[in-house]
Design a protein around this ligand. Structure first.
Ligand code: SF4
Length: 247
């Protein structure tokens, strides 16, 4: 049985779910706030919370920055964890203002990707996943966010070692993708992880990736050791170099 590669996975899932074309998911600061709101809740709930926040503060992000935490929390209550997310949003907005003199991230549109990533992850509470979401969804940069679905499916396919953890998996997976594949890989794997390669009992018998899947090859009993044997060569070096914190 051939081993899966990230490019092959993209191609198979393009056929299965249709080719994807990137479109901006909004301004970079909108994407940053949306990503904070999306943590530990569903897309529907975080979308509602974001819309509610914008309605409550029609004056824009500067008015959110200057608002009482309670007013922000009340506006995002429908998204869950409002009392912990509200101070985080306010603190990030304040820090952006203090460091740039504005409450926006427009300048990231013309900032080189590595510099933009370093800027975003320098904020307290903004890890590689949040930064990647802003860079990829808002600006179309080839920076891969690795969430629980992307991590689980990639691991089962044998593309990353479970021991890497989600934080270091960003660089490890990114190194296996062409820039033009990053967006599709992320979106396809989330869809596939929700529909087919679900957490508890993956539906391998109906999966288009089964022909090259390490998990399936091992009969659903992949050990960490057997996974390591399936790792592409580039990962061995990356495992030592990647040291990013998590969100
Ligand atoms: S064959 Fe099974 S484990 Fe492998 S990707 Fe498909 S559903 Fe997941």
């Amino acid at each position: 049985m051939k081993k899966a590669t990230a490019g092959w996975v993209c191609s198979e899932l393009d056929d299965e779910y249709g080719e994807l074309v990137w479109r901006s998911h909004g301004e970079p600061l909108d994407a940053l706030v949306q990503t904070i709101l999306s943590q530990a809740t569903s897309d529907i709930n975080s979308g509602r919370a974001f819309d509610s926040l914008r309605r409550a503060f029609p004056g824009g992000w500067d008015t959110v920055r200057l608002a009482e935490e309670k007013a922000i929390a009340d506006a995002i209550r429908c998204g869950g964890l409002a009392d912990s997310k509200a101070p985080r949003i306010k603190a990030v907005l304040q820090e952006i203002y203090e460091r740039t003199g504005k409450t926006d991230l427009e300048f990231l549109k013309t900032t080189p990707t590595d510099e933009a990533k370093a800027f975003l992850t320098s904020f307290h509470g903004v890890g590689p996943k949040t930064a990647a979401c802003v860079l990829m969804f808002s600006l179309g940069r080839p920076v891969l966010p690795v969430d629980t679905h992307v991590f689980r499916v990639s691991h089962r396919l044998g593309l990353i070692d479970e021991k890497l953890g989600e934080a270091r998996a960003h660089g490890a997976l990114q190194s296996q993708l062409k820039d033009t594949e990053v967006y599709a890989y992320h979106v396809h794997l989330i869809r596939h992880g929700r529909r087919v390669c679900v957490a508890q009992q993956p539906r391998c018998e109906e999966c288009v990736l089964g022909a090259r899947c390490a998990y399936r090859r091992e009969g659903g009993k992949m050990s960490r050791r057997s996974l390591a044997q399936n790792l592409p060569g580039t990962l061995h070096g990356l495992k030592e170099k990647q040291g990013e914190g998590s969100n």
